[in-house]
Design a protein around this ligand. Structure first.
Ligand SMILES: Cc1cc2nc3c(=O)[nH]c(=O)nc-3n(C[C@H](O)[C@H](O)[C@H](O)COP(=O)(O)O)c2cc1C
Length: 180
């Protein structure tokens, strides 16, 4: 798929064929897209943590849902943060670097476009941020090997798309031309 076509057709996919895991080639291609993403000052310090064990992803989801309930802000998007996608990739980055979030944003879009061009559904997931930052997420930070000087920035859920994903309406007026 051409780059512009992948950009135009990528959609946030929120329903997946359950149990249909990515092939090794598909995962490798997505991770290559992550590794090839540019990073500010070429620091290359953002890391990807790949989760493919359904029981582990579900356990993380349970901890996240418990956190939401306890914090009085029930999760508004259904029962899972990952919509039962079989693969969830977490990007972590140094807390003390001002470009960490931008680096991770660029890298996650690289992965999303790679997944799209392979015909895979995907959705960028930021909703775990507060959970990972708080005490409630400490056990999972340790479990996933997220160091104290690192932070969760963003995640990507990937799998085989089930059903259609609708393109949202584009707001007008977001581009202006400065003519001096
Ligand atoms: C930084 C970021 C965080 C996001 N976090 C979530 C999320 O936690 N859950 C979710 O369902 N979608 C999430 N999304 C997807 C957006 O809701 C989606 O991109 C937007 O509605 C536009 O739809 P589209 O991706 O189909 O163009 C996130 C997107 C971005 C860029």
């Amino acid at each position: 798929m051409e780059t512009l076509e992948a950009i135009a057709t990528r959609r946030s996919v929120r329903a997946y064929e359950e149990g249909k895991q990515l092939t090794k080639e598909q995962l490798d291609a997505i991770l290559k897209a992550f590794l090839e993403a540019p990073t500010a000052r070429n620091r290359q310090e953002i890391r990807a943590i790949v989760m493919q064990d359904a029981a582990e992803i579900n356990a993380l989801n349970d901890a996240f849902m418990t956190y939401n309930r306890n914090s009085g802000r029930p999760f508004a998007r259904g029962n899972t943060f990952h919509y039962n996608a079989p693969t969830f990739i977490i990007l972590v980055a140094p807390r003390d670097f001002s470009y960490s979030e931008i680096d991770a944003g660029i890298a996650v879009e690289n992965m999303a476009l790679a997944a799209t061009s392979l015909g895979l559904g995907n959705v960028i997931i930021g909703c775990l941020g507060q959970f990972f930052m708080r005490e409630d997420g400490a056990a999972w930070r340790a479990k996933l090997g997220i160091a104290p000087e690192e932070m969760f920035v963003i995640g990507l859920a990937v799998g085989t798309q089930k059903g259609e994903a609708k393109k949202p309406t584009e707001k007008d007026g977001r581009v202006t031309f400065y003519k001096g």
